[in-house]
Design a protein around this ligand. Structure first.
Ligand SMILES: [Zn+2]
Length: 411
C-alpha cells in the first residue's frame, strides 16, 4: 500500500551563523519494509545555495536530497524528490517547484524499516540569510499491515483459544476438529466462573505448541482441565503439542485426525469414564465401558443386544482403559492408534458422549462397520512394536482435572 505522511510544523532556519533544523514525521501502519519512497519539501529561504537537505530513516540511514544548489535564488517551493525524475536537482533552479532526482538515491531506503520516526535535516551552511521550513511530506510504499490474528475458532459449544507456536494451517486443523465435535454435541452448557474470575460458557480449549523434545518421544499433553460441578462436563481443556511432532504429523497428513482424537479426550472420552463410574473390570484382561447408550450402539455393531464395549487392555496410564480396544474396533477414531486411511467418528463414540452427560446428534456420526479379523491384521493391529502414532505410545500426557465448586455455576 502507499500512504502519505505530512508535517506542517514550521521550523525557523536561523540567519545567524550555521544551523541545522530537524523535523520528525511518524510513519505507521505498514507490515513490511519500504518498497518505494518519495519526498516533498516546502522551504522559504533567501539563498538556497546555503542549504543541504538530508532524509533520515528510523534507524539513522541517510540519503542526501540536495546540496548547495540554486545559488542566491529563493525557496524550495514544494520541491518533490523522486529517483525516477528526469531532471537531476543539480540542473534545477530556484524555486525548484517541480520534481527532481535527488543527489543520492532514495532507493537506498528500500528494504529497510518503514514504520518509525523519519527526519528531515536541513543544514544552513553559511552565515546570513535564513528562512523557514514550512512543511514536508513523505510518500511511502510498503506492504500493508500484517493480518489480524485468526479469530478463535468458536461456536456455541467449543471455543479454541490459540496460544503460541501454531502455524496458520495447524490452527486450521483445530478449527476443523472443533467444528466436527460441535456437530456431534448439541448441549447448551451452563456458564461457569473459573478460579481466575473469567466466565466460560461451552467448552474452552487452549491449544498451543512448544518445543519439548523434538520429533517422537513426548507428543504433548491433552485433556480436560476444569470440570463443571455435578455433571463433570469440562469447562476448559488443554491441548499442547511438541512443535517437532506436530510438524511431523502435519507432513504425514495425520494432523487433523490426531487433533480430532485428542479433542475427544478433552471432551471426556476416556478421560472421564472412570470418574463417571462407567468402567467395569478395571485392571483385568477385559475392561469394558458400561454406558447404556454406548452398549446399545456396540450391540448393534455386533448384531446383538446391548453389550458393554471392550476398552483398551494394554498400554500405560491414560492409555489403557482410555480408548476403545484397538483389536476389536480397529480404525475407529477413539481407539488408541491412528490408522492409515479414514478414522471414523462412529455412532459408538457419539453414543458414549451421551453416557457421560452430553446431548448428541446421532446423525453426525460417520459410517463405520466392525472390521473383520483379516482387516484388523491388515491394519497392523497386532504389530510388534506398534508402529502407528497415537496415545497408546504414551506420548500424550493427561492432566488431572479439577472440579469447580458448586458456586461456579453462573447461569
Ligand atoms: Zn487417545
Amino acid at each position: 500500500m502507499r500512504q502519505l505522511f505530512q508535517s506542517s510544523t514550521p521550523f525557523t532556519i536561523s540567519a545567524q551563523g550555521r544551523s541545522v533544523v530537524r523535523s520528525a514525521l511518524e510513519v505507521t501502519g505498514f507490515g513490511g519494509p519500504v518498497e518505494a519512497l518519495g519526498v516533498r519539501i516546502n522551504v522559504e529561504h533567501t539563498y538556497t545555495g546555503d542549504l543541504v537537505v538530508v532524509l533520515e530513516n528510523p534507524v539513522g540511514d541517510r540519503v542526501l536530497l540536495l546540496s548547495n544548489r540554486g545559488g542566491s535564488g529563493d525557496d524550495l517551493a514544494f520541491t518533490t524528490f523522486l529517483d525516477n525524475a528526469t531532471v537531476p536537482v543539480g540542473s534545477g533552479s530556484a524555486p525548484f517547484d517541480g520534481t527532481y532526482r535527488p543527489e543520492g538515491r532514495l532507493a537506498a531506503f528500500n528494504g529497510g524499516i518503514a514504520n518509525g520516526t523519519w527526519q528531515l535535516l536541513i543544514a544552513d551552511t553559511a552565515d546570513q540569510d535564513g528562512g523557514t521550513l514550512l512543511g514536508w511530506e513523505l510518500e511511502v510504499e510498503a506492504a500493508g499491515p500484517a493480518p489480524e490474528p485468526a479469530p478463535p475458532a468458536s461456536n456455541s459449544l467449543i471455543a479454541v483459544r490459540f496460544g503460541g507456536g501454531l502455524t496458520p494451517s495447524q490452527r486450521e486443523a483445530f478449527s476443523v476438529a472443533a467444528a466436527q465435535w460441535s456437530t456431534v454435541i448439541t448441549s447448551r452448557l451452563p456458564a461457569v466462573r473459573l478460579n481466575d474470575g473469567r466466565i466460560v460458557d461451552g467448552i474452552e480449549i487452549t491449544a498451543s505448541a512448544t518445543r519439548i523434545d523434538g520429533p517422537s518421544g513426548i507428543l504433548g499433553q491433552a485433556g480436560p482441565e476444569f470440570l463443571r460441578p455435578g455433571t463433570l462436563i469440562p469447562a476448559t481443556g488443554v491441548m499442547q503439542f511438541d512443535t517437532g511432532d506436530i510438524a511431523q504429523l502435519e507432513q504425514d497428513d495425520g494432523l487433523v485426525d490426531v487433533i480430532v482424537h485428542e479433542m475427544g479426550h478433552v471432551l471426556g472420552i476416556g478421560t472421564l469414564w472412570a470418574a463417571n463410574g462407567l468402567i467395569r473390570g478395571s485392571g483385568s484382561a477385559n475392561p469394558v465401558f458400561t454406558g447404556t447408550q454406548a452398549s446399545a450402539a456396540f450391540g448393534t455393531l455386533i448384531g446383538e443386544g446391548p453389550t458393554p464395549v471392550p476398552i483398551a487392555n494394554t498400554g500405560g496410564p491414560g492409555t489403557r482403559e482410555g480408548h476403545w480396544r484397538e483389536s476389536v474396533l480397529g480404525n475407529e477414531l477413539m481407539t488408541g492408534f491412528l490408522n492409515n486411511g479414514p478414522n471414523p467418528l462412529s455412532a459408538l463414540t457419539v453414543a458414549s458422549l451421551e453416557d457421560i452427560g452430553y446431548e448428541v446428534n446421532q446423525a453426525a456420526a460417520e459410517a463405520f462397520a466392525l472390521p473383520t479379523r483379516l482387516e484388523l491384521a491388515m491394519m497392523g493391529v497386532w504389530a510388534e512394536p506398534a508402529s502407528q502414532t497415537c496415545c497408546t505410545l504414551g506420548g500424550i500426557n493427561r492432566l488431572e482435572p479439577t472440579v469447580l465448586p458448586d458456586t461456579a455455576i453462573v447461569s
